[in-house]
Design a protein around this ligand. Sequence first.
Ligand code: GDP
Ligand code: ZN
Length: 340
Amino acid sequence: MAKDHNPDLKNNGNGDSSRQLASCNTVSGVQNSRGIVIKNTGNLYLVRTEDGNDINCTAKGHFRLKGIRSTSPVVVGDRVHIEHQIGEGMAYIVKIDERKNYIVRKASKLSKHSHILAANIDLTLLCITVSSPETTTVFIDRFLATAEAYNVPVCLVFNKIDIFDEIDLEYVDALMNLYSIIGYQCLRSSVVTGEGIAEIKELVANKTTLLAGHSGVGKSSIINELQSEMALKVGEISNVHNMGMHTTTFSEMIELDGGGFVIDTPGIKGFGTIDMEVSEVSHYFREIFKFSAKCRFNSCMHINEPDCAVIDAVENHYISQSRYKSYLNIIEDIGPDKYR
Ligand code: GDP
Ligand code: ZN
């Protein structure tokens, strides 16, 4: 997958959807508007229109993503055009604007099907706890590599800083040092002491932010800190879509008091490295990519080749062992059949 890859969206059911939309403007009884998908529940979507209304929608026709088979064609964060029959409760999504990025998860390890969690993300807060529960560096690095591949900026948030002993805190410092040097913003936070919360508020203002991380690391607690009236807002939203949205919510956006949205995705676990070729993986580890320019072979995988600048940099501690281990871990996972 190319770094600047943008999914090509097509409305196969209705031909050229933008042309169709233009002609619909002249049909009486049909209202067209634009909005952003703030909730996705199975085949039903809640769209917040530009004039601030929340409208229930279904997708008209079949939106297909080129090169990717997704379990959900329209996702939270999508900018959409909708067609609304006056007097009817339901509206149709007739066009999706090109996505600037998106976050994807494989439906299962061996499956080619993928699940797009959210689109048009300005910032991802990857919430990490070094214990209770443990977030491994392999998990962090897989997430970062995938985010690089999809052009999603990430800030690492080391949460629950209040519960850690000296050894854990030293480990947090070491990780923050490691990832800052690579170029990722890092911060410490605690919803108990309030450390880092003001910084997070400032970071997310007027952006669409995704909170990611294992279940139990404190994502909901952080969202609560960002949104004083969140409970009320969630209640308001659920009153609007009383039209059979009883199935599992895939993702949801919560509007922030200070402007912007936060995307709440239920438990991102095995964050996949979909469509990543073995030869591409090093592109998504910034420091490995930098050193790879000096390898003897252009095709070097940095595994056991002679004159490999990456292995050399690992041995000389310019690249961390843990990052290199994660790199190998991803390559092993992609499998030997994809080596060539
Ligand atoms: P989520 O699954 O990532 O949304 O995590 P939750 O927000 O539900 O938090 C899981 C548990 O950790 C809850 O019992 C929270 O009260 C607790 N928790 C979250 N953040 C912190 C923190 O900064 N410090 C402490 N001590 N507990 C926290
Ligand atoms: Zn190499």
